[in-house]
Design a protein around this ligand. Structure first.
Ligand code: ASP
Length: 296
């Protein structure tokens, strides 16, 4: 995240925290809390989710999202949607109202529309900052002869602004949600890790709620969210497991990213092996937000 975007990121995650906490405070579920938190970040153009997301190679916004309930293991995911302002809302409808787990592209949009979610135009999701970012990226790649469609996954200078939330409610249930516009200049139809169960998002009351960000291909090859949850189920704390996940990502595939983790006992883990990642958390005793935690 560039220096001039730091405040906007901290502001954005703090707003999301407030929205999620409001749900929990009045006795709502962890599932509702993560949905509301992610909606706030999808609506915030600072992040790579919803309006303001990175553009794909064709200059379009193409979004992925997943939400998962740790109590029941119910999950809902959408991939490659182009006409939804809040993909996490559609994912939640899938979780709550469909026997299926996953819908992609036009079928996902049709499912959303049939369940009362208004569709928008793709242009409504595109902002000038991202048109310029894509133009610069493609011009640079053309000039330097880089592979235009496969930027290097170990380049930490390319920002990853996927959003995610994890929550624990009064009933002792945990949930997780992740939403993204994916990677800059991605090939149309490319699906990242964010909406794949166990990769960019996972929740199970027997282990942990996890959301990840970073270059999606290495994360999905390692099924990293589930890998982390398994460490916690084996008796390790979220803080250690989150850091281990980042070490594993780096050592095994030279991947970069970040992770947030919460177990049903209320222990949290936040780690990243990028220079920065915006995060915020709140418990009944404490609230904190920042951009550098467990940084190398
Ligand atoms: N993980 C996302 C993806 O690869 C990108 C990100 O986290 O910024 O689609």
């Amino acid at each position: 995240m560039p220096d001039d975007m730091v405040d906007a990121h901290i502001h954005g995650v703090t707003n999301a925290l407030t929205a999620g906490w409001r749900v929990l405070e009045r006795g709502g579920t962890a599932l509702d809390a993560v949905e509301e938190a992610v909606v706030i970040m999808e609506d915030d153009e600072t992040f790579d989710a919803g309006r303001g997301s990175f553009l794909n190679r064709d200059g379009k916004v193409q979004l992925d999202a997943l939400i998962m309930d740790g109590a029941t293991l119910r999950a809902g995911g959408v991939g490659c949607v182009e006409r939804l302002r809040n993909p996490v809302r559609a994912a939640r409808k899938i979780l709550s109202e469909s026997p299926h787990v996953y819908f992609v592209a036009e079928g996902a949009e049709r499912f959303a529309a049939e369940h009362g979610i208004a569709l928008c135009k793709n242009e409504d999701l595109v902002i000038p900052r991202e048109v310029e970012r894509l133009r610069e990226y493609q011009a640079d790649a053309a000039q330097h002869g880089n592979d235009l469609f496969a930027p290097s996954s170990d380049d930490v200078t390319i920002s990853h602004d996927t959003v995610g939330a994890v929550a624990l409610d009064r009933a002792g249930n945990i949930a997780a949600a992740t939403s993204t516009g994916g990677t800059l200049n991605k090939a149309p139809g490319r699906l990242g890790d964010s909406s794949l169960i166990g990769c960019g998002c996972y929740a199970n009351n027997e282990s942990a709620a996890v959301s990840t960000t970073g270059w999606g291909e290495p994360i999905m090859k390692l099924v990293l969210a589930k890998w982390t949850a398994d460490r916690i189920q084996a008796g390790n704390l979220p803080e250690w497991s989150a850091q281990e996940a980042m070490n594993y990502l780096k050592q095994r595939l030279n991947g970069h990213g970040g992770i947030i983790v919460l177990n049903p006992e209320g222990h949290i883990g936040i780690a990243h092996n990028t220079p920065r990642m915006a995060w915020a958390y709140k418990t009944v005793k404490k609230q904190e937000a920042g951009i550098e935690r467990n940084a190398p």
